[in-house]
Design a protein around this ligand. Structure first.
Ligand SMILES: CC(C)(COP(=O)(O)OP(=O)(O)OC[C@H]1O[C@@H](n2cnc3c(N)ncnc32)[C@H](O)[C@@H]1OP(=O)(O)O)[C@@H](O)C(=O)NCCC(=O)NCCS
Length: 181
């Protein structure tokens, strides 16, 4: 944005569409949430562009958030694995995938969740090297197809007591599993 300027970036972002998820589309477009999050350092948004014509193929935004384990139906061993130290931990610092989406306005969009996640892991890996961090979380709609898709890509659903029927479900993966050696 520093190079292009806000007006040009806003114009570019307006070309993004996500016909499956209005929130994913609106975060980038109206009312410029991604730009506000960027300017206020609340999240970083990354655009994956077509190298040939500069079209936005996909985007993701990354930030961090505490994972609250209160009421989570997971074993003490798993809690220790998430926290790294204590099996009694109730809050875990996590990288957050705030948004992730492909541009549905692009016919035959060549990107897939796997390729977008590779880019996310590259960003998280740099942050992890500088400040630490063990897990990545995302919050997705309570939609079985979406949950199954993330499971196929190495995420685990956290079952939180009393949370069934809520709009968002939390899933996690370990950073180390994706670290390139
Ligand atoms: C998530 C995403 C990047 C995955 O891309 P991909 O690897 O190419 O996979 P596909 O787009 O083919 O989706 C695979 C399956 O995931 C499910 N799925 C994906 N997005 C979904 C959504 N928003 N709601 C419900 N199911 C969804 C569907 O079952 C889909 O299969 P289908 O095409 O037969 O219906 C892409 O589907 C996308 O941009 N979705 C919309 C944005 C979104 O929902 N982001 C997640 C927010 S947590």
């Amino acid at each position: 944005m520093t190079e292009l300027g806000e007006a040009a970036v806003t114009k570019l972002l307006s070309t993004f569409a996500c016909n499956r998820n209005a929130d994913v589309e609106n975060f980038l477009k109206h009312p410029g949430k991604a730009i506000r999050f960027e300017q206020t350092d609340n999240a970083r948004t990354y655009l994956i562009l077509d190298a040939d014509n500069g079209d936005i193929l996909a985007y993701f935004s990354v930030s961090f958030k505490e994972l609250v384990l209160e009421g989570a139906k997971i074993s003490k061993n798993k809690v220790r694995q998430l926290d790294g130290i204590s099996k009694h931990a109730e809050r875990i610092r996590a990288f957050l995938i705030g948004q992730i989406g492909k541009n549905s306005a692009i016919a035959d969009n060549p990107l897939s969740l796997a390729s977008i996640l590779d880019e996310i892991y590259a960003v998280v890996s740099e942050a992890r090297a500088l400040v630490g961090g063990r897990i990545i979380i995302l919050e997705c709609e309570d939609c079985q197809e979406l949950i199954d898709l993330y499971k196929r890509h190495g995420f685990t659903l956290i079952d939180i007591e009393g949370n069934s029927g809520t709009l968002l479900r939390t899933m996690y993966t370990h950073v180390t599993e994706h670290r390139k050696v």
